[in-house]
Design a binder for this molecule. Sequence first.
Ligand code: ADP
Ligand code: MG
Length: 346
Amino acid sequence: MEVRVANVRKEFDRFPALRDVSLDIKSGELIALLGPSGSGKTTLLRLIAGLERPTRGNIFFGEEDASHKSIQERNVGFVFQHYALFRHMTVADNIGFGLKVRHGPTRPSAQEIRRRASELLDLVQLSGLEKRYPAQLSGGQRQRVALARAMAIEPRVLLLDEPFGALDAQVRRELRRWLRDIHDTTGHTTVFVTHDQEEALELADRVVVMSQGRIEQVGTADDIYDTPNSPFVYGFIGESSSVPVKVEDGQVWIADRPIGLSAPQAPEGQATLFFRPHDVELVDGCSGCIAGTVAASRRVAGTRRVELEIGGERQRVEIELPVDHPAAQKSRVAFRPRRWKLFPAA
Ligand code: ADP
Ligand code: MG
């Protein structure tokens, strides 16, 4: 099911939790909403679910305007971070619950419900545990049951709000891969909320980066990582350095020296240069480069991370060097960003 969020605004007592958000979710896509706490991820998810109504704007399921439909009419499946399973019900009964409470002819027979529950348990790799109670499961197993329960109603859209947020890192990584496999098997249109960039970038077909009630950027992991389109995305995803610069004669300058980057399209004047620590090349002499002295250096896995002090204003940038680079304290290093972007000075 395609979902289209069109110019949605959501206020809580005049406070805009979402400001003019538009987003097209493709049928069968796994999309992640990624942003810091308070950026509006849960609000957007609850609006798609029908747990909240937009202050302005519309939400379409396919061609149909679902903005004023109830959660049941929308037929969505939900998993929350702390969505406790029913403690007094077995795993099988938890999974079958959404079908059992249906009215009239849409309610499957008890036998059919059992069959579906056991099929879903297979899918989430918990066969044999149908008679257990939630207290007899690990945290990761409980979230798998919660996902099976959400899928039991054959939802048009699956909505997952930090479903692995309460689990430890190792289990989270496993469940991430597992969820991706399940998604590839079932093809549900899925919206996944997380504040963990690694999770979003690894799991999702497309990532929606949010900040302060707005969508900053939508794209694949590669798009988001390699071509951030705002200072916020540069800073929030991965690591980056920023340096105040000026643009003059189509060149980028730091203080009174051009640094070997031409920017013919950029407006003249003050700007901020952004680049990632690994997107740099070392250069020998320095006519047209950024040069600095090593202020700190640490080994990070297969590389060396070096903080360089550039210019007099105690300005520091971080770059990545090969491990065999000595990077002695106070020694001079010159480099040039290979991939970079300018934004107007804040
Ligand atoms: P996220 O899930 O990204 O952490 P939320 O969508 O939960 O963010 O919240 C976005 C903003 O809206 C926050 O500032 C939050 O305090 C506010 N907010 C969310 N729900 C309510 C509510 N029911 N009443 C008042 N303010 C709310
Ligand atoms: Mg939230």
